[in-house]
Design a protein around this ligand. Structure first.
Ligand code: S3P
Length: 441
């Protein structure tokens, strides 16, 4: 398959309605939660990307059957003690941090040894953040230098824990909640606020979860060992995938777009609040609630008077996957944009802070970067006319897709390598760009 793409033209004006695929966080959570339910669960509009397929392959290796139909996916769960596998079963989580970390929680009571691997990028990422709490539950989890592969053997008597989560990571929070599901007694968590899809699913399934929130923290208590029946879920579109089109529209001339049926949970809409504060014309229409999740259509118009932002730290977790796009907007906004305490970006599929800094410098934008902050000196008159090659980004899907948006809005000639990485989260990304008129070879 051809993985190098050439873009030599900006996109012309467009005015379209689009749909993006199902939310990745919810798709993976659906699969894992359905694997623990008793009986049949059905998801409509599930994302069919590599990360989600890795999740389906993983539950299959653990003895759970599923079927994929044209519009829906069925999973035949076997309850909280339903996983079964041979000793030394190898599970490959591919590129997915979410799958590897959440699944580790479900393996709290697995009887035989599991060896969990990942691709080159995932094997570089920190697993210490889940190893510590999993050991407290009683899991036997071994790794070298807190990296994958993880060798996991469960315990027959997981004990509830009290834990303070300091990374603002929904993956760690969810890993702990998944382990707590299989534990007698009450697990207590204090965490920096982060996306809350797992908690909403728990509430929806009537699982005994209690949550209170302060400005910075969430306090969760959850009593385990309650079985639940199979359930149905219509997965809304992914705001992280939508964001590429939000920014494409903002930075294009005389264009507008309506992105239908998107999960706009408050824990995910940092990008919208940040862009609005930068003078972007973005708003939510047709707001509704489905199973506790906020859904809306996102309407965006070209915006040519963008101004810089001093980004409040409380936005960081709410826009964690969208920073590359926010940095791109900052590069053409008037003034100096400042982002603090964003060191978590160094822990993603690639070191996104390093990638962003190199990328912005490559297109002639002045920056100042530290271990966990970035200053961007915006240039509203930025016009590119050189050739830019994007490569060596650890196949990070979001690094790859943000390069398409820069290429289609800033000018110049672009060569983008490793575009197969897009299949991780958004297989029809290029197809949708082409329906808007993008010329991509
Ligand atoms: C995710 C949580 C975030 C996010 C990732 C998906 C999730 O990671 O970056 O893409 O589905 O829980 P962290 O938990 O590491 O912040």
């Amino acid at each position: 398959m051809k993985t190098t793409v050439y873009i030599n033209n900006k996109i012309n004006k467009f005015n379209k309605i689009i749909f993006v695929p199902g939310d990745k966080s919810l798709s993976i959570r659906f699969i894992l939660m359905a694997s623990q339910a008793i009986g049949k669960s059905i998801a409509y509009n599930i994302l069919m990307s590599e990360d989600v397929i890795s999740a389906l392959n993983a539950i299959k290796k653990l003895g759970i059957n599923y079927k994929i139909y044209k519009n829906y996916c069925v999973i035949y769960g076997k309850g909280l003690d339903g996983f079964s596998c041979r000793n030394n079963t190898i599970i490959n989580a591919g590129n997915s941090g979410t799958l590897s970390r959440l699944l580790a929680g479900l393996l709290i009571n697995i009887k035989n040894t599991i060896i969990m691997k990942g691709d080159q990028s995932l094997e570089k990422r920190d697993m210490g953040r889940i190893i510590t709490p999993m050991k407290m539950f009683g899991q036997n989890i071994v790794s070298k230098k807190n990296k994958m592969p993880l060798i996991i053997k469960g315990t027959s008597f997981p004990r509830p824990i009290s834990y303070v989560e300091k990374n603002g990571s929904a993956q760690v929070k969810s890993c702990i909640l998944f382990a707590a599901m299989k534990t007698f007694g009450t697990t207590k968590l204090k965490c920096i606020r982060s996306r809350d899809h797992t908690e909403k699913l728990f509430k929806n399934l009537n699982l005994p979860i209690k949550i209170s929130k302060s400005r910075k923290f969430e306090y969760i208590s959850f009593k385990g060992k309650k079985n639940y029946k199979g359930f149905n879920y219509i997965i809304p579109g992914d705001i992280s995938s939508s964001s590429f089109f939000i920014v494409l529209t903002l930075l294009s001339k005389k264009s507008q777009i309506l992105i239908k049926n998107i999960n706009v949970s408050k824990s995910r809409t940092g990008i919208i609040d940040i862009l609005k504060a930068m003078n972007a014309k973005v708003n939510l229409q047709n707001k509704r609630i489905y199973k506790g999740e906020n859904i809306a259509d996102i309407f965006v118009k070209s915006s040519n008077k963008l101004k810089s932002i001093n980004c409040p730290i409380k936005m960081n977790s709410r826009s964690i996957d969208e920073f590359l796009l926010i940095f791109l907007v900052s590069s053409v906004a008037k003034g100096i944009s400042k982002f603090r305490e964003i060191g978590e970006l160094r822990n993603k599929e690639t070191d996104r802070l390093k990638f962003a800094n190199n990328f912005l410098n490559k297109i002639g934008i002045k920056t100042k970067v530290t271990k966990n902050s970035l200053k961007i000196y915006g240039n509203p008159n930025l016009k590119l006319n050189k050739t830019y090659e994007i490569k060596n980004f650890d196949k990070d899907h979001r690094a790859c897709m943000v390069s398409f948006i820069a290429a289609l809005t800033l000018g110049g000639k672009w060569i983008i390598q490793d575009t197969d990485s897009i299949n991780t989260s958004f297989p029809n990304f290029i197809k949708i760009l082409k329906t808007l008129g993008a010329k991509i070879n």
